[in-house]
Design a protein around this ligand. Structure first.
Ligand code: HEC
Length: 103
């Protein structure tokens, strides 16, 4: 009986941990996608500016404007709209806000 209760408690713990790490994984989607698709031109801090890439830490774009540029591309920046799914694009736009060094 005690062992059963213990096993149940353990199971709950495992399940709770599982969903917690799932949540933080979702939060990392933006950062991971940025590291995969954007760092080559923009750099991890957004300041690399390869091929005329904008300094993302200084960007004053709204979420909507950044979303449009991501989907449609601009100048030397490729379009990601047909390449990344909606939820990844949304997480990316959120991650862009974190790179900004001003409000
Ligand atoms: C091939 C290089 C390249 C890659 C890869 C790239 N960008 Fe860009 N990005 C640019 C260039 C160049 C510009 C400037 C475009 C222009 O206005 O001429 C730019 C501009 C931007 C802007 C506009 C910033 C502003 O304030 O005007 C955003 C936002 C942006 N990029 C986000 C991203 C994100 C997010 C990714 C990854 C999904 C990405 N970029 C991948 C080259 C790149």
């Amino acid at each position: 009986m005690v062992i059963k209760a213990l096993a149940l408690a353990l199971l709950c713990l495992v399940l709770a941990c599982g969903s917690a790490s799932e949540r933080s994984e979702k939060e990392q989607v933006g950062q991971k996608a940025f590291e995969k698709y954007c760092v080559s031109c923009h750099g991890a801090d957004g300041k690399k500016a390869l091929a005329g890439a904008s300094d993302l830490s200084l960007s004053t774009l709204s979420r909507q404007e950044a979303d449009n540029i991501l989907r449609q591309g601009q100048g030397n920046m490729p379009a990601f709209g047909s390449f990344l799914d909606d939820s990844t694009l949304i997480e990316l736009v959120s991650y862009l806000q974190e790179l900004k060094t001003h409000d």
